[in-house]
Design a protein around this ligand. Structure first.
Ligand code: GLU
Length: 451
């Protein structure tokens, strides 16, 4: 039987990193096994579901590249893929349960009779969990009286207002859509015995279940949308690459059985499996996520780096189409972890007026004999007959020797004079890129500023 997984978001909020990770694991599992990944929208809660939320979820999945084989906007044999459009199917399934005597009416609602027996969930990640729904549901804690009270253990599957309940539609759709593997958050593990009872009532073999442990924030509590790194659309705005976010999300709960941490999507597709999913909760670490992104940026093919960085350069007012951009971007590979950090590393190359950093300026101004050093530097560079890295280094070395100092003594004024700061991209490649005339012009301006 070919694998069919699904991501079943409720469009009641943003696409959260926990949800996106669930989508990724389902996507990877389906791809690894040559199966299909289905997107099903669980929008039966009409009051809380919104079109904006739906759009954010669709955009987020698309940005991550987790394209669905069936779902909204993609034809499939098992649609519609919005639960709000599937009511006729649910009515038909309810009639099946009614005919077999599994349901009854209670104050306008329809309840499903839970069986009085032990139900065991054999979870691929969490192991075996056994429950007797009848016993478990017969007593319920009442927060008002602060006491346990008798309760009806039978599950409401249809409300008095006619709306179907999550457990019921979730199971019906997993049956109808031929889902073979349900991979979802551990918060649904306690619902699974109810789902198994429904599968049994329909006479259908249930899918394989795998519940992914939760993703907690750094302080060890449930991650909320206010935590840094919680919302997928913010990654896009902050300058992350989708494949790096996928890579980090994969690590957030899964590990390869060696030390490898940086994976392309192709590698993840080949290597992801449920046996590598951790049994304990994961802890979100924004710095690690940034590090993963930096590693992806470092290895990105030049053309792709240019395409991804372009909008960030334009937003920072830099000429993204300038012919020096490809070479300038090469200088950022070890210096930027985020696309949004790239403009800061190379802005100075494109600016006609150097913006001097005060602290860097003070360092140079405090150097011994600075006027003489700058003059030697300017003369040396101006008289160089060639302008590649070797020739520039040779010119600086010769200038330093001429006034009896080490090369390093001229590098600092050169860097601050040309780039405005002690930090930023490597100096010599920047000098090559700027060209001899521009470097000399900048250093002359700097010398007048220092005087
Ligand atoms: N709509 C459910 C949720 O968003 C999904 C449940 C499932 O994956 O089975 O939590």
């Amino acid at each position: 039987m070919s694998v069919r997984t699904r991501f079943a978001p409720s469009p009641t909020g943003f696409l959260h990193i926990g949800g996106a990770r669930t989508a990724l694991y389902n996507w990877l599992y389906a791809k690894r096994h040559g199966g299909k990944f289905i997107l099903r929208v669980e929008d039966t809660d009409a009051e809380r579901s919104t079109a904006e939320s739906m759009q954010v979820i669709l955009d987020g999945l698309q940005w991550l590249g987790l394209e669905w084989d069936e779902g909204p906007g993609v034809d499939g044999d098992f649609g519609p893929y919005y639960q709000s459009e599937r009511v006729a199917i649910y009515d038909r399934y309810l009639a099946k349960l009614a005919a077999a005597g599994h349901v009854y009416e209670d104050d306008g609602a329809i309840r499903f009779r839970v069986p009085d027996k032990t139900i065991t969930v054999s979870d691929q990640i969490c192991g075996e969990v056994s429950t007797n729904l009848k016993e478990q549901g017969s007593r319920r804690y009442n927060p008002e009286t602060k006491q346990e009270e008798e309760a009806n253990p039978d599950i409401v599957i249809k409300r008095p207002n006619g709306g179907y309940i999550f457990h019921f539609v979730n199971v019906v759709d997993d049956i109808e859509m031929g889902i073979t593997h349900v991979i979802r958050g551990e918060d649904h593990l306690s619902n699974t015995p109810k789902h198994l009872a429904l599968f049994e009532a329909f006479g259908v073999t249930p899918p394989t279940f795998a519940h992914i442990p939760l993703n907690l924030n750094p302080s060890g509590t449930k991650m909320s949308k206010r935590d840094q790194g919680a919302l997928i659309h913010e990654y896009q705005e902050s300058g992350f690459l989708p494949d790096a976010v996928n890579n980090y999300m994969a690590l957030l709960g899964w590990s390869a059985k060696d030390d490898q941490e940086i994976f392309s999507m192709k590698e993840l597709k080949e290597r992801f499996d449920l046996s590598g999913v951790n049994k304990s909760n994961s802890k979100f670490d924004y710095d690690k996520c940034k590090w993963v992104n930096g590693e992806h940026l470092r290895h990105l093919p030049s053309g792709e780096l240019q395409a991804w960085a372009g909008p960030f350069l334009s937003r920072a007012g830099l000429p993204a189409a300038d012919e020096r951009v490809p070479a300038a971007l090469e200088l950022t590979r070890d210096r930027a972890q985020l696309l949004s950090e790239i403009p800061g590393v190379i802005a100075t190359i494109f600016e006609t007026e150097v913006a001097y950093d005060e602290a860097s300026l003070a360092k140079v101004a405090g150097q011994e004999d600075i006027a003489n050093r700058l003059a030697a530097l300017i003369n040396g560079l101006a008289s160089s007959t060639g302008w590649d890295e070797l020739e520039i280094k040779a010119a600086i070395t010769a200038a330093a020797e001429g006034i009896g100092v080490k090369m390093g003594a001229l590098m600092l004024p050169c860097r601050v004079g040309v780039m405005g700061s002690t930090s930023g991209a490597d100096l010599v490649p920047v000098l090559v890129l700027l060209g001899q005339a521009e470097v000399v012009r900048r250093l002359k301006n700097f010398a007048t500023k220092l005087n």
